[in-house]
Ligand binder design. Structure first.
Ligand code: HEC
Length: 244
C-alpha cells in the first residue's frame, strides 16, 4: 500500500517535468522548463513579429522576470526605444493601418496559442508557399489566402506547393505539402523547425504565464502532502493503539 502511494507521488512528479518537444507525428508540445527556447522565442517575436502584432495582455517586465532576463539586459537589448519596462507590449502598426495595408488586422498574439494551439502556430509558420495569384506572392496551407507576409522567408527559403493528383491546397484530405524551392534559406530545415518551435513555445507561455508559478506551487503542495502523510500515519497509529 505504502509502495503504491510512493509510486503515485513519483509519477505525479515526473509528469510535471517530462515532455517530448515534437512527436514522431510532428505534433509539438510546449516545454516551459526550456527557458533557453522561451528566450529565443522572445527574440524572434521582438525581431520579426512585434512590428505588427501586439502582446497587449503582457508587460515587458513580467516577461523579463518569468524568463529570467535581468532588467538591465532586457532594457538594453529588447525594449523598444519608445517603451518603458512596465508598459504593456504594443505594436508599431495600428490595426487600422494593418487593415489598409494588408487587408486584414494583425491579431494580438497574447492568447493566440489558446485560440488556435501552440501546435497550429508551429505548423503555420512552416506552411507558407509561393503563390503568384496573391498580392504578397505567398499563401499558407493552414490559413487560406493569408494576408500576412512570410516574414521568415529569408531564413526558411522559398517553398513550393506540391499536391497529389486531383488535390488542391484547401480541399479537405490535405493531399498537399510544401517542398523546397530554388531559393534556399539561410539556415537548415532543422534549424528552421527549431525557430518555429521556439516561437510557438513562447506564445504558449504568453497565453498561460501563471503556469510557472502553478507548477512550482504544485511541487511544494505535493511535498507538503508527502510530509503531512507521515504525521497523519503516526497519529493514526497512536489513536488505534488504545482502541485495539
Ligand atoms: C508585416 C506585418 C506582420 C508581421 C511582421 C507578422 N505578421 Fe502575423 N499576421 C499579420 C496579418 C496582417 C495577419 C492576418 C492574416 C489573415 O487574417 O489572413 C497575421 C496573422 C498571423 C497569425 C494567424 C492568426 C490567426 O489565428 O488567424 C499568426 C499565428 C501570426 N500572424 C504570427 C506571426 C508571427 C509569429 C510573426 C513573427 C515571426 C508574425 N506573425 C509577423 C501581419 C504580420
Amino acid at each position: 500500500m505504502n509502495r503504491a502511494i510512493f509510486i503515485a507521488l513519483l509519477s505525479c512528479f515526473f509528469s510535471l517535468s517530462a515532455v517530448a518537444a515534437v512527436s514522431d507525428q510532428g505534433i509539438m508540445t510546449p516545454d516551459f522548463n526550456d527557458r533557453a527556447s522561451l528566450q529565443r522565442g522572445l527574440k524572434i517575436y521582438s525581431n520579426y513579429c512585434s512590428g505588427c502584432h501586439q502582446l497587449s495582455y503582457m508587460r515587458y517586465k513580467e516577461i523579463s522576470i518569468d524568463l529570467g532576463i535581468p532588467n538591465a539586459l532586457f532594457e538594453e537589448n529588447l525594449l523598444p526605444k519608445y517603451a518603458r519596462i512596465g508598459d504593456q507590449i504594443t505594436a508599431a502598426m495600428t490595426p487600422a493601418d494593418a487593415k489598409r495595408w494588408f487587408g486584414a488586422k494583425a491579431p494580438d498574439l497574447t492568447l493566440e496559442a489558446k485560440r488556435r494551439s501552440p501546435n497550429w502556430i508551429y505548423h503555420y509558420l512552416q506552411s507558407f508557399y509561393q503563390d503568384k495569384s496573391r498580392p504578397l506572392g505567398v499563401n499558407n496551407l493552414l490559413l487560406k489566402n493569408v494576408a500576412m507576409p512570410n516574414v521568415l522567408e529569408h531564413l526558411q527559403g522559398q517553398r513550393l506547393l506540391q499536391c497529389k493528383q486531383g488535390e488542391t491546397a484547401f480541399k479537405a484530405g490535405h493531399g498537399c505539402r510544401t517542398v523546397a524551392g530554388e531559393i534556399k534559406g539561410r539556415i537548415s530545415e532543422q534549424d528552421f523547425k527549431q525557430i518555429a518551435y521556439d516561437t510557438a513555445n513562447f506564445l504558449a507561455y504568453t497565453a498561460d504565464p501563471s503556469r510557472f508559478e502553478r507548477e512550482s506551487l504544485g511541487l511544494k503542495v505535493l511535498l507538503f502532502v508527502a510530509l503531512f502523510s507521515v504525521f497523519a500515519y503516526l497519529l493514526k497509529k497512536e489513536f488505534w493503539r488504545d482502541v485495539r
